[in-house]
Ligand binder design. Structure first.
Ligand SMILES: [Zn+2]
Length: 420
């Protein structure tokens, strides 16, 4: 059992203030759920960013839009081009304060423009079904109200913070990744607002993840008259995919998922192009070198086939986030903060990844499931537990107030990360 912590009268008063805002949080969440902000819906993402600028203005901090660098994308027909992103939302408050916190989240969802899942509906008095309700429009409201509560507390001046809310988390944070890294390298600790599970438990250690596209080119030919002149890109891509799949089970905790193969055309043509898309998960950062060497070998084997060329695009986007002493310290503090409001916070390791991986890669210890309690995310059954909006805002507010008062020593956690 975690050490019970005490709250001062002024800290209790800020928690009461959060309770007073609970109805407003729910009303805003219902409005936001109706704004489609699928990762590729630029109009919807910009509309949501406008909403963020509006509500976060209440903190009194400096708000700006951060342009994200385009990344390489490979089209289904194998053309290598650029993928563009809408800007991230950035808020900075007291950048010169002695203690620095990075808070991150995302305003994109997995539901594309035109998806039939486009409105909220109550399942019961406390359970709301809606796109992005838990992942993570509800989480953004939790973060906002924790920060507003901090601003009411007497030690707020000791903390400076950066908030980054990104448009591309659900497609791997390829654009915002470098910005999250920069934030994480400057902050003592990080707080990210992915949903907790419906029972309130958090994600502990996380695997690392990378995405790749292998572009395979061969030679087209008429399948009947000149089959012998053709060089079949799909056959070569398939051999690669089987080789990739065969790597599963060879190293503990490392998995390879062949996700999609594009290419080919009419049955009477030897296909000249194919693209293999796949994901790799690793348990430890040390696994990455083995993965890269394996991919290199398979790519060379593919390219060694007669008349075939192969080029790999992609990389590890989210390194593993193990339960190091520094991350464990953050969890202990979360648990202690929970005791002050009657919560018994638990956590479990997961193969899933999020911005918490990126923060940790920059040496920033963090807890990344500080958002609402929810379930069935990424599906039309996604739910958020509405009473968890004020509950989790209070949890984060206590942590922030204890960082501010020095009872939780954020600088000590960062120092532990350096020694890891
Ligand atoms: Zn999310």
């Amino acid at each position: 059992m975690a050490t019970r912590i005490d709250l001062t009268d002024s800290e209790r008063a800020t928690l009461d203030w959060i309770d007073g805002r609970a109805d407003g949080m729910i009303a805003t969440l219902k409005d936001w759920v109706r704004i489609n902000s699928g990762s590729r819906n630029a109009d919807g993402l910009e509309r949501m960013r406008g909403e963020l600028e509006h509500v976060f203005a209440e903190t009194g901090g400096q708000i700006r839009a951060v342009d994200l660098k385009p990344t390489v994308s490979v089209s289904p027909s194998g053309e290598v081009g650029e993928q563009n992103f809408t800007p991230s939302f950035h808020l900075s408050v007291r950048p010169d304060a002695p203690i620095k916190i990075a808070l991150t989240g995302h305003h994109d969802t997995v539901f594309p423009k035109g998806d039939s899942f486009s409105d909220w509906r109550m399942i019961d008095a406390d359970t709301m079904n809606g796109p992005g309700a838990a992942d993570m429009k509800g989480g953004i409201l939790v973060m906002l109200h924790a920060l507003l509560a901090l601003e009411l507390s007497p030690h707020a001046a000791n903390i400076g913070y950066d908030v980054l809310i990104s448009p591309d988390e659900e497609i791997g944070s390829l654009g915002s990744g470098p910005v999250i890294h920069e934030l994480g390298s400057k902050a003592h600790v990080g707080m990210t607002y992915e949903p907790a599970l419906a029972d309130g438990s958090l994600a502990g250690a996380r695997k690392g993840s990378g995405n790749w596209s292998l572009k395979v080119s061969g030679k087209a030919a008429h399948a009947g008259r000149e089959h012998h002149l053709g060089r079949n890109a799909i056959a070569a891509a398939s051999a690669f995919a089987l080789g990739l799949d065969a790597l599963n089970g060879q190293r503990d905790g490392v998995t390879f998922n062949v996700a999609r193969i594009d290419g080919g055309g009419p049955p009477n043509v030897v296909p000249a192009n194919a693209v293999v898309r796949f994901n790799v998960r690793v348990k430890e950062t040390d696994d990455q070198d083995w993965v890269l060497a394996s991919l290199d070998r398979l790519t060379q084997e593919t390219a060694a086939r007669d008349g075939i060329t192969a080029s790999m695009h992609g990389g590890f986007t989210r390194p593993a986030k193990p339960m190091t002493p520094a991350n464990a310290r953050m969890f202990e503090w979360t648990r202690e903060a929970g005791t002050a409001i009657g919560l018994d916070i638990l956590w479990n390791d997961t193969g899933g990844v999020c911005e918490g991986n990126n923060l940790w890669a920059a040496g920033c210890p963090n807890v990344d499931t500080l958002g609402v309690c929810g379930a069935s995310i990424h599906s039309h059954e996604e739910i958020a537990i509405l009473s968890s909006l004020p509950e989790r805002a209070k949890l984060s507010a206590i942590m922030l107030m204890k960082f501010a008062s020095g009872e939780f020593d954020a600088r000590e956690a960062r120092a532990l990360a350096k020694n890891a």
